[in-house]
Write a protein that binds this ligand. Structure first.
Ligand SMILES: [Mg+2]
Length: 304
């Protein structure tokens, strides 16, 4: 299995070891060298949100996604969204449905879900309380100050609220490309802005469309970042937990990319494809410390 142990890694006050699989260490070494030589100004992190920055397990329960934790004031609409989930979620993972057909169905699912959020009268207050009571937590080490573009098929406004509530700090370096809501002055959801991003279109098209149609990529800590600055950073560290996340960097025309996959479950069946797709695969809901260490290796003058 060529499984190498990286560790022990100091993680807060605890010491733990993280299981990582690197299929081609020479290739990884070459990429690290290329990124280091080009320097930090050419570098960016593109990360999926659900189950990548956040944990798969939270205190023994499955962690919730930005969609799943959202509770509307009108419970009828939560039930309607659950019904959609029960219908479409098996389709999302059905290997027998062709991608084209599946993509249309995912658009349909996301479209209907967004429609129910508007129709059911979602307010920003409901987002705040949903995040407060949701089962969601960041991987240990996410609080480190790495510049990140979060690219998610979830909901931008919820992701921002999770950042505020769970990490209790401002984020100069965080940009979010996701489905963004528009509220009226009373805090009622009126529409979504930009191109709809679902689980199967996190590619060039989605990044381009989202970046040009949204006024900007996010305004956490009042920082406004345009898509041009994102596109200038052509060395990428990509973080994801699905094979489809590998497409998040398609729109960048990147020079060098190191991809990191978090394989949280179904390891036996998925490891082969993950190790071929991602340069590094972390197993078992690993902390972020391996990634933090990798970034510090890339840009610390003291390391080789
Ligand atoms: Mg994910």
């Amino acid at each position: 299995m060529n499984q190498s142990e990286i560790g022990p890694i100091v993680n807060g006050s605890k010491c733990c070891s993280t299981k990582a699989v690197v299929d081609d260490p020479d290739s990884l070494h070459r990429k690290k060298t290329a990124i280091r030589l080009a320097g930090p100004s050419k570098f960016q992190v593109i990360a999926d949100f659900d189950n990548t920055l956040t944990k798969y397990w939270v205190d023994g329960c499955r962690g919730q996604s930005s969609h799943a934790l959202l509770q509307q004031e009108n419970p009828e609409y939560n039930a309607k969204r659950d019904e959609l989930f029960n219908y479409y979620h098996p389709i999302e993972y059905d290997p027998n449905i062709p991608v084209d057909e599946k993509t249309k169905l995912m658009e349909e699912w996301w479209g209907k879900t967004h429609g129910l959020l508007i129709e059911g009268g979602l307010t920003y207050d409901a987002i705040r309380s949903s995040v407060a009571s949701g089962v969601i937590a960041f991987r240990e080490g996410v609080e480190r100050d790495i510049p990140v573009l979060i690219f998610s098929a979830g909901l931008a406004d919820i992701i921002e609220e999770v950042l505020r509530q769970k990490l209790h700090r401002t984020f100069k370096n965080v940009k979010i490309v996701s489905n963004r809501m528009k509220f009226d002055q009373n805090g009622n959801l009126v529409s979504f802005t930009g191109k709809l991003i679902h689980s199967l279109n996190k590619n060039e098209h989605a990044l381009d469309m989202a970046a040009s149609l949204h006024d900007h990529l996010g305004e956490v800590d009042d920082q406004i970042i345009d898509s041009a600055s994102v596109k200038k950073r052509t060395n990428v560290l990509l973080l994801g937990d699905h094979m489809g996340d590998l497409r998040m960097s398609d729109g960048l025309n990147y020079e060098t990319r190191i991809s990191v996959g978090f394989l949280n479950h179904n390891i036996e069946n998925s490891l082969d494809s993950y190790r071929k797709g991602f340069d590094i695969v972390y197993l078992d809901d690993a902390p972020m410390s391996g990634v933090v260490k990798l970034v510090s290796e890339l840009f610390s003058p003291a390391t080789d």
